[in-house]
Design a protein around this ligand. Structure first.
Ligand code: SAM
Length: 351
């Protein structure tokens, strides 16, 4: 097993150095699937599992990529359907890879685990000597395990105070602490507004700036209470938490979550064989908008302005949408797994 390279650096001084450190971090652990004794208990229900597997139309001898292995739910269902084929399961979170190592060891050499960012899909495939693939899956966002492990700092509702972390990969340097205590108030407001779609972004950013001017904000519970105090009472939808949107925004910033989606889709589509399929599951409109736009562009091909009488770009479609509309979870799934409520599955086939 190749040891995972770690480019962990000291805390960033600026946003750009933070991003550079983050983008270079990770490293590829193309380990086998021997179980690890220290693998954490990993609880995550795979979303729209039958629909995803049907969408991928698995060839038992094909080569598949799961770009977001998580607890290995989707990976396991793909691997079960392979005979001579191969699955490459990627996750940037070492705990996810450890959980997959335990769960997927029964498939032996059919499964290759890679601890890395899916935005590095092309170099990952090159390093494994894989030119073409038959299918790719990206089940975006965080896992229930990441949210439910209070110490990782993703949870806005856990009564246990946890350090402001929120890194999916602990070898990345930027943490939620850096964002909350180090970003300017305007930048914080922008992030909370854009990534959290939070209408009280300005009030929340102001409250954070006021508080940290005296003492740094260090825990999830402290941040959550602060946000609660900044949001007008009675303005939050029933059943929602006042800090939910802000935590989502900070998490997206910390992990650069939106940056990697388009490059990963393009890299996967480039590697797909004719007739191969790509499936993407999104959990909020920011992710879904990116997937919808990139799929639409690849389905259209031509990028000439609509008022051009004839095509001059010469580009032709590379994808065909498998469904007219995105698939959503069934009522039965929603009652078993409320987390599937906002999920949308889009599947497209390489032409
Ligand atoms: C929704 S969970 C996937 C769950 C998985 N399909 C299952 O059945 O258990 C998303 C996973 O994607 C991982 N992830 C998110 N962004 C990533 C990225 N850019 N590169 C690699 N993994 C990423 C997270 O660490 C998390 O484990």
């Amino acid at each position: 097993m190749t040891a995972s390279a770690s480019n962990k650096t000291d805390k960033p001084e600026t946003r750009d150095t933070a991003r550079a450190a983050r983008d270079n971090s990770g490293g590829t652990d193309t380990g086998g699937t021997e179980p690890s004794e220290n693998a954490p208990v990993f609880s995550h229900l795979p979303v729209m599992l039958p629909e995803t597997i049907e969408g991928l139309r698995i060839d038992p001898d094909g080569v598949y990529v799961d770009g977001t292995a998580g607890g290995g739910g989707h990976s396991s269902a793909i691997a079960e359907r392979l005979s001579g084929g191969r699955l490459i399961s990627i996750d940037r979170d070492a705990e996810a890879i450890a959980a997959c190592r335990t769960r997927l060891c029964k498939f032996g050499g059919k499964v290759t685990l890679v601890e890395d960012n899916y935005r590095n899909l092309s170099p990952i495939l090159d390093s494994l000597g894989v030119d073409e693939i038959d299918g790719a899956l990206f089940d975006l966002g965080v896992s229930s395990h990441q949210i439910d492990t209070a110490s990782r700092g993703f949870s806005y509702s856990s009564p246990e105070p946890a350090p402001l972390d929120m890194r999916m990969s602990r070898s990345d340097s930027l943490t939620a602490y850096d964002v909350v205590n180090g970003y300017g108030e305007d930048e914080l407001r922008r992030i909370i507004y854009e990534y959290g779609e939070e209408k009280f972004a300005a009030k929340i950013a102001r409250r954070i700036a006021e508080k940290r001017a005296t003492t740094p904000i260090t825990t999830t519970t402290e941040l959550s209470e602060l946000i609660k105090s900044a949001v007008p009472k009675g303005s939050v939808e029933r059943g929602s938490h006042p800090a939910k949107r802000t935590f989502q925004a900070i998490r997206i910033e910390v992990n650069g979550e939106l940056d990697g989606i388009e490059p990963a889709i393009r890299a996967a589509v480039e590697r797909l064989r004719h007739g191969g399929r790509i499936a993407v599951i999104t959990f909020h409109s920011l992710e879904d908008r990116i997937v919808k736009r990139v799929f639409a562009e690849l389905e259209r091909g031509c990028v000439c302005p609509p008022d051009f009488p004839v095509c001059v770009c010469g580009r032709t479609p590379t994808l065909r949408a498998v469904h007219k509309k995105p698939i959503t979870a069934s009522d039965a799934e929603l009652s078993a797994n409320p987390r599937a409520r906002s999920a949308k599955l889009r599947v497209a086939e390489k032409l």
